[in-house]
Design a protein. Structure first.
Ligand code: HEC
Length: 148
């Protein structure tokens, strides 16, 4: 009795998984959308990291220092994700090598701000923060299409 029950549950599961596969077409455009939305999700994360966590006006040095360290760590993590992303066909430029170069530059700038914060070089943080934003802008200028 028990065996039959288990068997039918197994059958249902197999059938369900077959259906799930069928209802998910992996056409080229589907794939393209995935890559595009993946990049967008990462970019939103990056945006939050950049604009929420670093406050140059904060006069509490320790808070600033820890904020900059967190920011550096997150920027590095996200840069690694960006380096793995395949650029999609709607971008302004189709140059994966250049794209990766900017992603690596972002990583290095994240590393710089982290190390400066770690070493209490707080007077350097604002400049490094601006350099991170420069990298965002440079890559956007090359790869992002203008909003219609
Ligand atoms: C290696 C290149 C590169 C770097 C570096 C980069 N971006 Fe982007 N970003 C892109 C591309 C390409 C798009 C357009 C994505 C699309 O339309 O699919 C984009 C889009 C965005 C968007 C809009 C997402 C949307 O929903 O359309 C935001 C916000 C953003 N980036 C923030 C940032 C911030 C903040 C930084 C710097 C900390 C940064 N980006 C660094 C390549 C980059």
């Amino acid at each position: 009795m028990m065996k039959i029950k288990l068997f039918s549950i197994a059958m249902i599961l197999i059938l369900l998984s077959a259906c799930a596969k069928e209802s998910k077409p992996s056409t080229a455009s589907q794939k393209h959308n995935d890559i595009s939305s993946e990049l967008k999700v990462i970019m939103h994360e990056l945006n939050m990291v950049i604009y929420d966590r670093y406050d140059s006006e904060l006069d509490k040095d320790n808070t600033r220092r820890r904020g900059a360290m967190k920011l550096g760590t997150s920027v590095k993590d996200i840069s690694i994700q960006i380096q793995k992303i395949q650029i999609h066909k709607d971008l302004k430029k189709q140059d994966p090598v250049l794209f990766k170069k900017y992603a690596k530059e972002l990583y290095n700038r994240g590393d710089t701000i982290y190390n400066q914060a770690y070493n209490y070089e707080l007077d350097k943080l604002d400049n490094s923060y601006k350099n991170i934003q420069k990298t965002c802008k440079t890559c956007h200028k090359e790869f992002r299409k203008k909003k219609k």
